[in-house]
Design a protein around this ligand. Structure first.
Ligand code: ADP
Ligand code: F6P
Length: 325
């Protein structure tokens, strides 16, 4: 039988994502309801190494479910990628009585959790990233808010773009993944959607499509470009020179990561946070929570990291057929 867990910790790591607070709240309240104490570790693995550790009570997580960002703060920590950093982290957990840890972040953060698990600290990962780039889950906390924020911003750019009969390249986040670009591209009815997983760097095809659309009377041409392709400003210059049509680049940037989480992000974060607290309190380790085909489940971190994710072919085909006139 697994030994009884008395104290767990929770941290957020990597890029923040709307809904992380809802997940922290769920972890804290579910664990407390099971009679397990919770410590909050500030600023991700960096805060762990600096021993920035606080006690979390039920009231510590009041009034946060609707707030963007993370009340614990987050960081990227190079030292934690080293064997010495990981040993020090495990030692600090033991010193503070932290027997299990919930890590809310992306797959980089899971590697840190895996390292701690190997050193005897039970760990459970929760997918928290706007990028939707975690293979074992159809859903990551923050994605829904981010795409809604981006979609609304793109609608606004489209208004002014049409008024001025301009072409607009709008760059969205996603690191090396094209999910935000795909979803916004479809939801905003963009004329071109450039995904790192698919883009063939054939700019001439885009130029031809802009010229053809203009001949057919379209007053705007929206290109959604993913961060993983980048170079939107220079692309705009080249397109303007080749088409003679005024072309502007807008890089949406960090606004996509902030703001009050949507209902979906709050709901999924609440379920995933509770689920993580439950399995951690039951003595599981080296697992990551996921959502697939309508069910919440957990996977071995090693297996989760080895899975490959790609843009669903049918969704990609739809994005192309709906954008071409
Ligand atoms: P995300 O978790 O969103 O993918 P990162 O890739 O930046 O973001 O990872 C967040 C943090 O997780 C890193 O700053 C580092 O502290 C830790 N981390 C990343 N990769 C590893 C690794 N291979 N081993 C241990 N810790 C890691
Ligand atoms: O992973 C979330 C994300 O916002 C990515 O979309 C982006 O590439 C990255 O984080 C930016 O990270 P930073 O905050 O370190 O600039």
């Amino acid at each position: 039988m697994a030994k009884e867990i008395k104290t767990i910790g929770v941290l957020t790591s990597g890029g923040d994502a709307p809904g992380m607070n809802a997940a922290i709240r769920a972890v804290v309240r579910k664990a407390l309801a099971r009679g397990v104490a919770v410590k909050g570790i500030k600023k991700g693995y960096q805060g762990l190494l600096n021993e920035e550790i606080i006690d979390l009570e039920r009231s510590s997580v009041s009034d946060i479910i609707q707030r963007g960002g993370t009340i614990l703060g987050t960081a990227r920590c190079m030292e934690f990628k080293t064997a010495e950093g990981q040993e020090k982290g495990a030692e600090i957990c033991r010193k503070h009585g932290i027997e299990g840890l919930v890590v809310i972040g992306g797959d980089g953060s899971y590697r840190g959790a895996q390292a701690l698990s190997r050193k005897g600290i039970n760990t459970i990962g929760i997918p928290g990233t706007i990028d939707l780039d975690i293979t074992c889950t159809d859903y990551t906390i923050g994605f829904d808010t981010a795409v809604n924020t981006a979609m609304q911003a793109i609608d606004k750019v489209r208004d002014t773009s049409s008024s001025h009969e301009r072409c607009s390249i709008i760059e969205v986040m996603g690191r090396n993944a094209g999910y935000i670009a795909l979803w916004c591209g479809v939801a905003n009815g963009a004329e071109d959607i450039l995904l790192p997983e698919k883009y063939d760097f054939n700019e001439q095809r885009i130029i031809n499509s802009i010229i053809n659309n203009r001949k057919k009377g379209k007053t705007h041409h929206i290109i959604i470009n993913a961060e993983g392709i980048g170079h939107s400003t220079s692309m705009a210059r080249r397109i303007e020179a080749a088409t003679g049509i005024e072309t502007r680049a807008t890089i949406l940037g960090y606004m996509q990561r902030g703001g009050s989480p949507t209902c979906k992000d709050r709901f999924y974060a609440s379920i995933m946070g509770s689920y993580a607290a439950d399995i951690l309190c039951e003595g599981k380790t080296n697992r990551v929570v996921g959502y697939q085909h309508g069910e919440f489940m957990d996977f071995d971190i090693e297996e989760a990291l080895a899975m490959e994710k790609s843009i669903p072919e049918y969704q990609y085909e739809v994005s192309r057929s709906l954008s071409s006139m």
